[in-house]
Design a protein around this ligand. Structure first.
Ligand code: BG6
Length: 517
């Protein structure tokens, strides 16, 4: 008998004699099912269905796991299964295995109906009960609202009315909500009130898929599992921080959602402010949802906007331009966009975190569609050395030291610093030291939605923003949106460029410039 077997079950995490293999045991969901509202949408097809299959294929779902689709379509269970099948074939990350698919497909059910259709919700209730009996889902169900926010009130009220929001004793029910969580503070509060009228706060999982990305979770590992970064991670050493989320795509077929929302509401309010909070926060007392919330909230509450928003924020719209060798249309020429639209497709803002660690250090956040290339990164740019013993010509080409966390697509980290150029004179030039996920690890990363769906099924809320964070984030963005609503039109930038001149001028006023990632 191996030592492993003598010390108890492999799942006994409290066992002090557990070996390395035990420590790497995967987190596996217990008996459960997932109900998706809005199952005909893009998100569902491209992300949710493939994520469910990939989890099953990795052996992280229980054998009786069940997937229920709800939508206004005249489908039978097998039509729904066919839609999932096609989505999985097209978008799943792991290889297709017939036996995994068969097991999953047996637990698929479809409920046709409108959100105000009581009969459909009665059918949903029966389906849930039937799955409990036939597949052993144990009464544990997550309801994924992959629908526009205007439908949230109806769906949550129907879940309550039909006794679906809470299961029998010992089982769980959870609600999963996709952004946008409102369009400003007032609407976010309304939305939260509606959801919390039916679900307890710990039953609600708000998806910010950036938190499901490996590189984003690694911000915490990097900062708090190591000794060498924290001592310099503050206003004494850091000059400023730049957080960039650049996309090369335009708005595609999303005119209906995007026009009137814009870049700042679409991604700064959530993804970028979350990245900022993780970069700036203090060490949480433990890696749990409550402690993470406490620290992130402190950062968001300490944010101070510049007084002159006209000088320190820029909203802009893409004009026509060239991308990948092709001429592309401007935002106002896109299908479904109001030709007089003032919606921003680019936003850059400056803010400060007014606490002892960061006082006076600017955080510059920028995002845009149709920019030079797709890249998300956090660059911590350091002050120059306070004194140099070298001749000034030796350091002419030396920039500022920087730590760049590359969130995507080339996941990893770069440290920029000066080094002597080989030769007989002293000349110092910038060099980079690189860590790349692909080279350092053989393990493959799960897609963000895989990780987050698994966390929902496990009831692990670490990577989900709570309503307080959502509201604090709107408090930061609202004054900027209000300012620009009063002060005219967004600036313009050519598609394929790195944004408007106004954004360059914004940093130049502070004696800085944007990185070209
Ligand atoms: C979404 C936004 O939240 O994030 C989209 O609504 C954006 O506009 C997308 O394109 C980007 O996600 P990712 O994971 O491709 O960076």
């Amino acid at each position: 008998m191996t030592e492993h077997a003598t010390v108890g079950s492999a799942l006994d995490w409290t066992n002090p004699l557990r070996d390395d293999r035990d420590r790497r045991l995967p987190r596996i969901a217990g008996p459960s099912g997932l109900v998706i509202f809005g199952v005909t949408g893009d998100l569902s097809r491209k992300k949710l269905m493939p994520a469910v299959y990939d989890l099953a294929n990795r052996g992280l779902l229980p054998p009786g796991f069940s997937l229920v689709g709800f939508a206004r379509r005249d489908w039978e269970d097998q039509d729904f299964a066919q839609v999932v099948h096609d989505a999985v074939r097209e978008h799943a990350r792991t290889e297709f295995r017939e036996e995994v698919w068969q097991q999953l497909a047996e637990g698929m059910r479809f409920i046709p109906g409108d959100f105000d259709d009581d009969t459909a919700f009665k059918q949903l209730k029966s389906a849930v009960d039937e799955l409990d009996a036939s597949r052993g889902t144990g009464g544990n169900f997550a309801f994924y609202l992959s629908v526009p926010p205007k439908f949230f009130p109806k769906v949550v009220q129907q879940l309550k009315k039909h006794g679906l929001a809470n299961g029998r004793k010992g089982s769980w029910r959870r609600a999963v909500i996709e952004k946008p969580f409102g369009r400003d503070l007032a609407s976010a509060r309304e939305l939260n009130a509606i959801v919390h009228d039916v679900f307890e706060p710990d039953q609600v999982f708000r998806i910010d898929h950036y938190l499901g990305k490996e590189t984003v979770q690694n911000i915490l590992a990097l900062r708090f599992a190591n000794q060498m970064y924290e001592p310099i991670w503050n206003r004494s050493y850091v000059d400023h921080i730049q957080i960039t989320m650049a996309e090369d795509i335009g708005i595609g077929g999303r005119a209906g959602y995007y026009d009137g929302i814009g870049a700042a509401r679409d991604v700064i309010q959530n993804h970028l402010l979350q990245l900022m909070a993780l970069t700036a926060m203090e060490e949480p007392i433990a890696f749990d949802a409550e402690s993470l919330l406490t620290e992130k909230l402190k950062v968001l509450k300490s944010v101070r906007l510049p007084e002159n928003l006209g000088e320190h924020t820029v909203l802009a719209q893409y004009a026509e331009g060239w991308q990948g060798g092709e001429k592309v249309a401007g935002y106002l020429q896109e299908d479904g966009i109001d030709p007089n639209s003032k919606t921003d497709t680019y936003a850059a803002i400056k803010l400060e975190v007014d606490n002892r660690r960061w006082a006076g250090i600017p955080f510059y956040l920028r995002t845009g569609k149709r920019l030079g290339r797709r890249v998300t990164e956090i660059a911590v740019v350091f002050k120059r050395a306070p004194h140099s013993p070298f001749d000034s010509t030796a350091t002419e080409e030396l920039g500022q030291n920087a730590i760049v966390i590359r969130v995507q697509p080339d996941e990893g980290m770069t440290v920029r610093f000066g080094s002597k150029v080989p030769g007989t004179s002293m000349e110092i030039r910038d060099v980079s030291m690189d860590f790349a996920y692909g080279e350092s690890f053989t393990e493959s990363s799960p897609e963000a939605y895989e990780r987050l769906i698994l966390d929902v099924l496990l009831g692990d809320a670490n990577l989900f923003p709570r309503h307080q964070e959502v509201e604090e984030s709107w408090k930061i963005l609202d004054p900027i949106e209000e300012y620009w609503a009063r002060h005219g039109k967004p600036a313009q930038y050519a598609s394929g460029s790195w944004g408007p001149e106004e954004a360059d001028e914004m940093l130049a006023r502070d004696g800085r410039s944007w990185r070209r990632p």
